[in-house]
Ligand binder design. Structure first.
Ligand code: IVH
Length: 677
């Protein structure tokens, strides 16, 4: 017997669910939220509290049930009432032209075909069944005829509505791609690494693995998203004339459709779209492996029909793959600035991610052992965006009998000094320090880098010659300041004009050195820009820092005992002191007041994140000015961020700030803040 309190609770529960679903739609489908995350969370909490008080009111499609219900014991088979097809692939422009020609020939009298062009998402295909607007089943594609029931996991995905908006038909089966956001995938792998759990090779494998888990609680905290791209079985819906119109209707029912969908005309239009999306590919927050062109008119689709498992009316135009197989011909060790030895696989050249790759990093010996890479192995190489190609895994089945294990050399391959590996460290190092030409070159490259002393035009090839000349023209960064234009002009591929320009650039670097930049430029182990700024702000001068004890260095905010020990040790070493003494004869450090540490700076305790580009200054300058007022600059947005400074073309950091409710400053407001400081 329902009391009146229970009745009003039921009404409130209905109201809350309606509101939450509305906000889900604004957020996921329209990408235009009306309320803050905090407000949304309040609604969800209120609903949760009511459902706890009145358990009878709980339904499977309540938004509170997204956290993952009880595990299933095995995945049930689902027979697709309409087969889930796959697509033929096109790799070259000619393949697309030929496809369009075939389509036109079959349709006879049609001169130009209208296509719906969409990104091809790299996730897994799912069929979603809605009855009277409620999600009743979600299934994987399987072999196209039979898939597996994964409803328990799909219900945890917030971008998949459990209840549709408006007046959806009695039966609506829609198809779409469930995928993982790259940022979330990386964070998830990072957490797994920290806990010593297994990591996933790429977002697609992570998505496929998670969706087929038995326990939905595992899927619930994974960063899934979805785009719906097609219609399966329906009842009670008179389909519109075009695929794009059908998707528009799906969108109105609350199903998320790619915002990059576009109607294009003929093969020309398709190829132009391919280039447009190709240019955007690297900046998308999810992975796509191509684009799909679909004949837009349903009558034409019907007339074209199918061959085997793929429709004649659609084709996938693939981008160059991110991953390829190749053979490891050898492993060499590269020596970095701090002496770290990085194993690098020499590969049978392979075309991947749009370029030919013949080397891939293996990071360190622990990685070599963990992946068990041996010389002669066939491996999967991955190159995504602009990142360094890496060896993802070994295809063990293809290992030849004579495959050789990789050994860490006992002597530095560059200078012959002993190689050491500290207890508990993954990294092995050459002990040669600046005796080692490789370390010297890297030290100079780092010193001249854009974020350090910013010497324009001092590239790798020139540094190599300066260090390798006999006798060496440059042994330490200080030697740069006595180079003459004549000496430089004598180098390979150096004209008189560029020699003069370089001398000027070196000269210019004398003036814009702030203490933090200078400290960063020295290349002290573990001292990145943020630590250099903190050290500079705390000690105010090089002299004070050089005279500090290890304990005093540890007092600097965010400097722990390990970093403090490296900094202290660095300044104790005679050759470092000599280099610094020589450098300071040339470089005038701009004076720096003690600020952040004493809490005196007006921006003390404030953390900034910079995104996009500012008109009035470079990002580095903005960072310097924040640091000069005692503030800190961080690389990523979190709840602890005080301000996000958003310039033109601000990216995902701005979105993140809005998501977390962090205050965003445009350039004008930022300048005002600096001035008032
Ligand atoms: S349409 C009959 N559209 O690609 C048409 N598929 O190789 C079938 N995919 O299994 C699919 N994005 O997992 C279509 N915008 C898109 C897609 C897409 C990704 C995947 C889907 C399918 C595979 C076909």
């Amino acid at each position: 017997m329902a009391t009146s309190a229970a009745k009003s609770a039921a009404a409130r529960v209905r109201e809350l669910r309606k509101q939450i679903e509305h906000h889900n739609y604004r957020y996921h489908v329209l990408d235009d939220p009306e309320v803050s995350d905090a407000e949304y969370d309040r609604l969800l909490r209120e609903l949760k509290a009511l459902e706890e008080q009145y358990p009878d009111l709980v339904t499977v499609d309540s938004p509170t049930q997204r956290v993952g219900a009880t595990p299933v014991s095995e995945l049930q088979e689902v027979v697709h009432t309409r087969p889930m097809l796959s697509l033929d692939n096109a790799f070259a422009d000619e393949d697309v032209v030929a496809f369009d020609r075939r389509v036109r020939e079959r349709l006879e009298d049609v001169e130009q075909i209208e296509y719906s062009a969409e990104p091809k998402l790299d996730g897994l295909a799912i069929s979603f069944r809605y009855e009277s607007g409620r999600l009743v089943q979600a299934a994987t594609r399987g072999d196209g005829l039979r898939g597996e029931d994964v409803t328990h996991n799909v219900r945890t995905i917030k971008a998949v509505p459990t209840v549709l908006r408006g007046s959806p038909p009695k039966l609506l089966e829609v198809r779409g791609e469930v995928f993982m956001l790259i940022a979330g995938f990386k964070a998830m792998n990072q957490r797994a690494l920290e806990r010593g759990e297994r990591t996933f090779v790429n977002p697609r494998n992570a998505a496929a693995g998670s969706i087929r888990q038995l326990d939905p609680r595992l899927a619930a905290d994974r960063p899934f998203d979805v785009f719906f791209y097609g219609v399966g079985e329906t009842d009670g819906w008179k389909l519109p004339a075009r695929h794009s119109e059908a998707l528009q209707q799906l969108r109105e029912w609350g199903l998320k459709v790619s915002p990059l969908l576009k109607i294009v005309q003929g093969a020309e239009g398709c190829l132009q779209y391919y280039r447009e999306i190709g240019a955007k590919r690297a900046s998308l927050p999810y992975e796509i492996d191509g684009v799909v062109y679909k004949v837009n008119r349903f009558v034409q689709q019907r007339d074209l029909g199918f061959v085997a498992r793929a429709p004649r009316w659609a084709i996938a135009h693939k981008f160059p793959a991110h991953e390829e197989n190749t053979v490891v011909k050898g492993v060499e060790f590269q020596v970095g600035r701090t002496g770290a030895l990085t194993p690098v696989a020499r590969l049978e050249p392979v075309f991947v991610g749009g370029v030919t790759v013949s080397n891939a990093t293996l990071h360190n010996m622990d990685e070599v052992r963990r992946k068990d890479v041996r010389i002669g192995d066939t491996v999967v190489i991955r190159r995504a965006g602009d990142v360094i190609p890496e060896v993802v895994k070994v295809i063990v089945e293809r290992r030849p009998k004579d495959a050789q294990e990789v050994e860490l050399p006992s002597k530095c391959p560059v200078c012959g000094s002993a190689v050491e590996r500290e207890e508990g460290e993954a990294v092995a190092r050459c002990t040669g320090g600046l005796v080692c030409a490789a370390q010297r070159k890297e030290a100079i490259r780092h010193f001249a880098g854009r974020r350090a002393l910013d010497i324009d035009g001092l590239g790798t090839k020139i540094i190599d010659q300066l260090v390798e000349s006999d006798p060496p023209l440059v042994r330490s960064p200080a030697d740069l300041y006595v180079l003459t234009a004549e000496q430089l002009a004598a180098l390979d591929r150096m004209g008189e004009k560029s020699a003069e320009n370089l001398v000027e650039a070196i000269e210019a670097s004398k003036k814009h050195a702030t203490l933090p930049r200078f400290l960063y430029a020295l290349g002290i182990r573990d001292v990145g820009e943020a630590t250099a700024a903190a050290l500079g702000n705390h000690f105010g001068s090089l002299k004070e820092l050089q005279g500090a004890t290890e304990e005093q260095i540890q007092e600097v905010p965010d400097v722990g005992p390990v970093v403090a020990a490296h900094v202290y040790k660095f300044f104790q070493e005679k050759h470092n002191r000599d280099v610094i003494a020589a450098l300071t004869r040339h470089v005038q450090l701009q004076s720096q007041a003690r600020k952040a540490a004493t809490g005196e700076g007006p921006l003390a305790g404030k953390t900034f994140v910079l995104t996009g580009s500012l008109d009035s200054m470079s990002r580095d300058e903005a960072g310097d000015r924040i640091a000069a007022l005692g503030g800190k600059v961080a690389g990523s947005v979190s709840k602890k961020t005080s301000y996000v400074v958003a310039g033109a073309e601000a990216g995902s950091k701005l979105a993140k700030a809005q998501e977390l409710g962090v205050e965003v400053l445009d350039e004008k407001k930022f300048l005002k803040l600096l001035e008032s400081g």
